[in-house]
Design a protein around this ligand. Structure first.
Ligand code: ZN
Length: 130
């Protein structure tokens, strides 16, 4: 245990980005072997090696910056997926429509039956079920 601790001293260790790379590599390897795609199997070594490199890297400042960039990108992606999901399924209380005339996104309360929606952007009216 002490030997392992001494070996990892001054190194980055595993962070969220290294773990994500590890998962990505394993998933690529699984798909590569299940679908018998040799190039995918070989390609899966790239994220795996990157993950090992990150874990044992001594340039901690750079690895921390990369990990922060990864976390920021994932937060943006998550927010984008959430917004897209909400615009497709609507929220608990509202539905979202796009004005057929000016493409403005509109929010309408749910459960009011068929309503005439007046677009606040272009002023034109269209009917939708809420
Ligand atoms: Zn409009």
């Amino acid at each position: 245990m002490n030997r392992l601790r001494r070996m990892m001293q001054g190194r980055n260790g595993s962070d969220q980005f290294a773990i994500a790379l590890l998962y990505f590599g394993v998933i690529l390897a699984l798909f590569g072997s299940l679908l018998e795609l040799g190039y995918l199997l070989i390609l899966s070594y790239v994220p795996l090696i990157m993950s090992i490199f990150r874990t044992f890297s001594k340039d901690i400042a750079s690895r921390r910056r990369e990990n922060q960039d990864y976390l920021t990108a994932m937060a943006h992606l998550k927010a984008m997926v959430w917004r897209k999901k909400r615009s497709v399924t609507g929220s608990e209380t509202h539905r979202y429509y796009i004005c057929p005339y000016c493409k403005q996104k509109l929010r309408v309360p749910k459960g009011k039956g068929k309503v005439a929606i007046t677009c606040p952007h272009c002023g034109k009216e269209f009917k939708k079920k809420s």
